[in-house]
Design a protein around this ligand. Structure first.
Ligand SMILES: *Cc1c(COP(=O)(O)O)cnc(C)c1O
Length: 379
């Protein structure tokens, strides 16, 4: 079965093998050396002033960011389940919450965020997804962050990059906290989250808030290559291995470039079948299709063609399917996935199979590498 859900994503063999080594004690020079190397690799990936690893799923890092960086009112953008979660975290933590809410195919606009910030001087932090995985959309986070900072530079900008870091290069200039999770673009098992922090964020954190998710305690320890509590040693060994593997396969720039090409080729291939891309601004992390036969297509993909893709949640249950595009993906597998969607449509009697999906995918994917003038934008 090919795992093509936008989290969890498949763990490469080299990483699984790296994690099969005997358990190390976390308070040893051996593990501290691994921790230091992993931090170096993370600084390279995040390009932030500080990086912190937590033994938690992505939501743990979202909660740590909100509780440590917001003291009064959190402005959050809800264009899906994960954006909604930021608001719930704020309320559960005794903070106030102002929410900008949209249907799951609609990104936030710079103007409405600016308006919300200007209307409420108590807002001291903004939380938004870069890629909102519920409907596969991309918010214009960099533009929003710049506009918010232009109004009030002390407002903390928290960006959930769980399906963005490792997918595309993010300009973190106006971002104070950017979050990643192990089981999405980083191709690891679940259980590790990472926060990239700006110096301004570190200043605002001060003595920190809470106990386990107190970022001040972690910053202090992690600068010394250790953790406040028991580190997720095996996952950190896996993280070092995957970041090394990415470097060996051409580096992060190459991965970003391949991901962009795959995202475009997959969407074009499915649109050529007459399918409709759900989000108004598709993220590169996944291809999301809304279709009246979404759940039949998903079932056929699984039972007849050994491809596991994700469905929708809440009101989009049975209405969309989502195909992962994060990580190091064998191109032959991706071609098989779009071909399998075409075969499924034929089985449903929607259209005759004629090989359109794989042809369009290949045309779009390979034209930039094979033809003499490579496109500039993705370099
Ligand atoms: C998966 C995901 C999360 C939540 O992560 P968990 O690891 O399930 O806690 C948050 N934000 C986005 C955008 C995600 O895709």
């Amino acid at each position: 079965m090919l795992l093509f859900t936008p989290g969890p994503t498949p763990v490469p063999e080299s990483v699984r093998l790296a994690m099969a080594t005997p358990t190390l004690h976390h308070r040893t020079p051996e593990f501290e050396a691994i921790f230091a190397e992993t931090r170096e690799l993370l600084f390279n990936l995040f390009a932030t002033d500080e990086v912190i690893m937590l033994a938690s799923s992505g939501t743990g890092a979202m909660e740590a960011a909100v509780t440590n960086l917001c003291k009064d009112t959190l402005l959050s953008v809800n264009s899906g389940k994960f954006g909604e979660r930021f608001g719930k975290i704020a309320l559960a933590s005794g903070l106030k919450n102002v929410e900008i809410k949209h249907e799951w195919d609609t990104p936030a606009s710079v103007e409405e965020v600016v308006e919300a910030v200007k209307a409420n001087p108590a807002i001291d932090a903004l939380a938004i997804q870069i890629s909102e995985s519920a409907g596969g959309l991309r918010h214009p986070v960099e533009e929003i962050a710049a506009a918010v900072k232009a109004i009030n530079p002390s407002i903390m900008v928290i960006a959930d990059g769980i399906t963005a870091i490792g997918v595309e290069r993010i300009n973190v200039e106006n971002i104070d906290c950017i979050i990643a999770g192990s089981q999405k673009a980083l191709m690891l098992p679940p259980g590790l989250s990472i926060l990239g922090l700006s110096s301004a964020a570190i200043e605002k954190i001060g003595g920190g808030k809470g106990y386990y998710l107190n970022l001040a305690s972690e910053i202090k320890k992690q600068k010394q290559n250790t953790t406040a509590y028991t580190a997720a040693t095996t996952l950190i060994i896996g993280l070092r291995a995957i970041l090394q593997e990415i470097n060996e396969q051409g580096g992060i720039g190459m991965l970003y470039c391949d991901t962009a090409r795959r995202a475009k080729a997959t969407r074009f291939a499915l649109e050529a079948l007459g399918l409709h891309s759900y989000p108004k601004t598709p993220a590169r992390s996944m291809t999301t299709i809304d279709d009246e036969n979404a759940s039949e297509i998903r079932t056929l993909l699984k039972t007849e063609f050994s491809v596991n893709v994700a469905g929708g949640q809440d009101h989009l249950k049975g209405k969309i399917f989502r195909i992962n595009n994060m990580g190091l993906i064998d191109i032959s597998e991706m071609v098989w996935v779009v071909n399998a969607v075409e075969l499924a449509l034929a089985k449903l009697g929607r259209r005759n199979f004629d090989g359109t999906a794989s042809r369009v995918f290949n045309e779009e994917y390979f034209k930039s590498t094979i033809n003499p003038t490579p496109k500039k934008e993705e370099k």
